[in-house]
Structure formats: structure tokens, C-alpha cells
Write a protein that binds this ligand. Sequence first.
Ligand SMILES: *Cc1c(COP(=O)(O)O)cnc(C)c1O
Length: 521
Amino acid sequence: MDTETLLQKSYTQIRAAASVPPGTQARTLPLSSAIHTARTSLNPLPTTPLGPLPTLNHLTNTIAPALPGHNRSGRYFGFVTGSTLPIAEAADNLATAFDTSVQVHLPEQSIATEVEDVALRLLLRLLHLSPESGLEKAGEDAGIEWEGRTFTTGATASNILGLACGREEVVRMRLPDGSEGTVGEVGILGACAEAGVREIRVLTSMGHSSLSKAASVVGLGRRAVKELPYSEAEPWRLDLEAVERELKRAEEGVACIVAISAGEVNTGRFATSSLGEMRRLRELADQYKAWIHVDGAFGIFARALPDTEEFAKLRESTAGLELADSITVDGHKLLNVPYDTGIFFTRRSSTLHAVFQNPNAVYLTPSGSGPTIPSPLNIGIENSRRFRALPVYAVLLSEGQPGIAEMLARMVRLARGVAHALVSPDEKLNLRDDYELLPNSSAAESTHVIVLFRARDEGLNNVLVKKIQDSGEWYVSGTKWKGESACRIAVSSWRVNVEEDLEFVKSRLASIAKEWKESGR
Ligand SMILES: *Cc1c(COP(=O)(O)O)cnc(C)c1O
């Protein structure tokens, strides 16, 4: 079979394996028999090669049925996985078909770095981070640039960039004038010794677990991450007074990175709640030479919701994030582009260069006309890189600001619908008798895309997540809240149908509780 025929056949066969006929719901989990079949079919490297066509059949007939429904079901509410918009899938196929490596800016040889840069600028607009977004019209925050910007493999990688940039700058700011002994040049031990820094701390509130991983990777250590919860009732909020106390330890040789959880992955809540709080943090950071990093993996998309009263509270909670020094954004979650796509912004390109400069081989030096765009290999972790900007560019072009705002609004409406159903009296269902909305009963008002709850009956609560997952009809994550099992719904797919999915979730929760009681347990 010739190459073109094989590839045409592969697209057709893959779509057939992945398709979801209209009016039907894909399973959220594969049948365990399908996983078993796939497992027993996994071949060692064959002595007689299988050949492309039998391999394609093996992939679509045996492997595909053993994969979960992240992208195929709007009722996969686990983790915060997102799905893939069809236009993003198409763009991703194109990226693979051309297998371009976006590594060096070569404007006369490829448009790829320019597409990447345009995609990043459009994202800045979408998230109201760029000066052109209207912020300057209000006479505020003008001149904030995000000239340090790049695509990463996800929020974990972006958090590594954030802590690496923070580490670089908090030490550099303390070096004697004229010293070139930065962390990037001489390493953390030498640079800290010269700068008189004996400890670098990461101050946060319910920081995502990947923040600790990032702290380890960049040489600060997982124990550098210090939780400063506002209160026991609102542990996701950052205690600004405690932050100030920590920052004051600058005199003792302690340098700090403030990591803002926007939002927190269990509750979807935000570490700061207003522009005023962010301004205060900015003042403190400037005064004590600290770095502010925002982990906005999914939460920052609250800034792209429609500009209406319905979402005013979420906008308030995410106001002022543009005052940070660096920001993590995920693409493969709420933006609904494929894995693995993350984004990182920082104010100055020089910070990224200081950390990620790949001492250039002459053949990698960009040349020629066209816009000056830094070569990606000098501002991020990888050298060879996937063209993961293309699906992002395609989504922004295809959906535009209004289309993305509407997609995000659907996610919030479903999550809020579920949250309200868990606390509201209802003649038929009365879910509130059997379930408890967390972290408190007033959480419905501030719900973004995550709903945290538990069954009131302890026995049911212990098996609730498994019961839902085993159904194959929908999927939720299990988590702990204040030491007890809890259930988490994260709405993150473009496939969400607010009315139908809300009715579905309500009726399933009701029937699970009813069956539990009837079974006499
Ligand atoms: C998901 C998530 C991460 C990790 O992101 P990956 O894309 O899985 O690497 C980090 N921070 C927050 C807040 C998240 O929700």
C-alpha cells in the first residue's frame, strides 16, 4: 500500500474508532474486558514485523477501545482534563503531518515561530493581560508587557519556568552592583553565596502539587514551599499578613517567591479575591525584592468569560493577576487543545534568556528579515519542540473571543447548576438531604468549573466515587477534604450540554442515594 493511501485510510479508521454518533454518549471509561484484551495483545518487538496496515488495525481495533473518554464524552468530569475541539484536532494532525520543529526562529525558512508568537499574543488578549486589552483605557496598568512568552508541555513545566525565573531574579536583585555571578551563569550555590541569600522560599496557599515538584527541579527543594492559609475555613486564600512577615525576613537572607493559586484544584477557588489584594502583594514584592508567580492553569480562564453580571464575582477574584511577574496557563485543560500544551508568560524576555540560554551554535543563529522573535530554544526547556502552537492558533481563530467565552460559560453554568442542586430545596430530588456541598453551603455562588461535595452517609461516601466511575456513564475524581473522602466534579469539555448534563447528574446522584438507602446500608 502506498504512503498516501495508508495515511488516508488511517485518518478514516481513527475517526471511525473515535467517533461519537449524534445524540449518543461515549463511555467515560473503557470496558474492563477491552483493557484486558488490549493488555494481552501487547506484543514484544516482533521478529517478523507486523507491517503498517496490521499495526493500524491493531491500534484502532484493540488499543483505542481500551482508552478512556476524556475527549469523547462531555461527562468525563475527572481531574481537569479538557477535551479537544475538532478544529484543534485537525490542527494537531497538520502539525504531525508536517512534523515541524519550532526550535529556531528562521523567518525566511518557516512561518512556524511567527504563528507561535501570534498565538501567544492572542492568548494575552483573550486573558486580558496585554495592554491592548483595554486595561490602559482605564488609565491603569499601562505599559505592562509580557515580552517573555513561550509554549510549554503543560502547567507543571510552566511552574518550573516560573520558579526558575523567580529564583534567577530574586538572587540577581541581591547581587552586588556589576556582578555577573547570576544563578544561570554560576549556579545556585555560588550566586546565593555572593548575594547573601541563605534560603529561597515559595509562599503559597494550597499550591498545586506540581509547585513542589518544580521547587525540587529548580534546586529549592520541596520543603521550600510554605503554606500560608488565610484561615481554616478558607485555606485556599493567601494570608497577606503572613506573607509580609515572611518577606520581612529578607534581612536574614531569606528571599521569597509568592506563588498564587488561581485557582486551587480541589475547590476551584482563588488565593486572592480582588485587585486591591493583588496591588498590596505587588507593593510588598517590590519592597522586599520578591517574585510573584501565578499558577493560573485553569483558573485564569475566568478572565475570558463573558463580561456580564453572571460572572462578575469570578472576574473580581481574578482581577490584578496581570500585576504578577510570571504566569502559568494550561492549554490542554479549559482551552480544549490536545495534550501536551501549556503556556508561560513573564514580563521580560531577558529573564527567560538568563535561565534558558542555549549557548548558540553558529548554525542556530537566526538571520534575515521578518519580525524579531527570540528562538524558542533560548527561552524554554526544550530545544527540538512540537508545533503545539498550531492547535491554539486554530482555536483562537475559529472560535474567537466570543466563541471561547461562550464555551467557558457553558462549563461554569453546568458546574454552578450542580452546586445549586446540592443545596437547594427541590420537591422531587432533595439532593441536599443526601449530599453536602463543600467547602460550605454558600459555595454555589462562587463556583467556577469545580464542584466539591460528599455524601452525608459515611458508608455511601466511601464508595461514591467508585460507584460513579464504574458506571462508565460519567466520571468524577476522588479527593480528600479536611481529611475525609470527597468527590470532585471538574467541568472542562467543549462537549458540555448544560441542560442535558445537569439533568443527568442530578438524576444519577438521586438514584445512587435512593438505591443506597433501599439496600438498607
Ligand atoms: C493541572 C494543574 C497543574 C499541572 O498541570 P499539568 O498540565 O498537568 O502539568 C498545575 N497547577 C494547577 C493549578 C493545575 O490545575
